[in-house]
Design a protein around this ligand. Structure first.
Ligand SMILES: Nc1ncnc2c1ncn2[C@@H]1O[C@H](COP(=O)(O)OP(=O)(O)OP(=O)(O)O)[C@@H](O)[C@H]1O
Length: 236
């Protein structure tokens, strides 16, 4: 058997009247995989499938050999949605304590994850008084509590300044180096450079898959935004 963290076969998802994903096949191993594409192309839908919260019409999604969403995967999976998923009326530390108990995480993990997301100075702050970027990092801290083997991040760097974005990408790579599979969506093409592997998505299809270098080389361009446009509009 293969050593992939994620194996998707023939995945079809219909949302409302729209077929968002059609017969999609994908395998993801380790490292940092970036899922890039324009707004509405289906990134969030695909990520939801990985964590088993999306109703699917057909196909299979397996994570570490188990059906996505199965209870055994819960402690092994960290998911950060676009909307922050922490309690507004609790402090950051209280949130971590609460979710830590739910996950059965060691109490000392809270300090570690606070450091990892650069919120060590904000542990005592009530979440409702945090900035948008701080709030999303608090959500990320919660997702890291269980030391997940698969980390699924939906646009985690939106609203962050360049220094924080760089630090977070370094963190993603450290987590991947430590053995986690990290899957990050973004519609900011310059973040593509930071991925080990890139999946360019358009209208529910993966239209390019490779390292940023390989995709640039294939399209004869220096930047991923141009590469994307060349793939989408080959005659341009
Ligand atoms: N709850 C829903 N009901 C019906 N259609 C939906 C629903 N959520 C999303 N869609 C549709 O599914 C398609 C894919 O949406 P999705 O959120 O996966 O895109 P995305 O690539 O993550 O976009 P963004 O970058 O803007 O977050 C869109 O056309 C959207 O309108």
């Amino acid at each position: 058997m293969m050593n992939n963290s994620v194996e998707i076969r023939g995945l079809t998802v219909v949302r409302g009247t729209r077929t968002v994903l059609r017969d999609l096949d994908l395998a993801v191993g380790g490292g940092v995989t970036g899922l890039l594409g324009p707004s509405g192309c289906g990134k969030t839908t695909l990520l939801r499938c990985l964590v088993g919260v999306q109703q699917v019409k057909g196909g299979s999604v397996r994570v570490f050999g188990e059906e996505a969403g199965s209870p055994v995967l819960r402690p092994r999976t960290g998911y950060v949605t676009q909307a922050a998923s922490v309690y507004d009326d609790l402090t950051v530390a209280e949130n971590l304590r609460f979710f830590g108990r739910v996950l059965g995480a060691d109490a000392a993990r809270a300090d570690t994850v606070l450091e990892q997301v650069d919120l060590a100075d904000h542990g005592d702050q009530v979440v409702s008084r945090l900035s948008g970027g701080q709030r999303s990092r608090a959500s990320l801290a919660v997702a890291l509590l269980g030391e997940p083997d698969l980390l699924v991040l939906d646009e985690p760097t939106v609203g962050l300044d360049p220094v924080l974005r760089r630090d977070l990408w370094q963190l993603f790579h450290r987590l991947a180096d430590a053995g986690a599979a990290v899957i990050v969506s973004s519609h900011v093409m310059d973040e593509a450079e930071r991925c080990d592997r890139l999946l360019l998505m358009r209208e529910g299809e993966i239209i390019a898959d490779g390292t940023p270098d390989a995709i640039r080389e294939r399209t004869g361009t220096d930047d991923i935004e141009q590469a994307f446009l060349r793939i989408v509009e080959p005659a341009a």
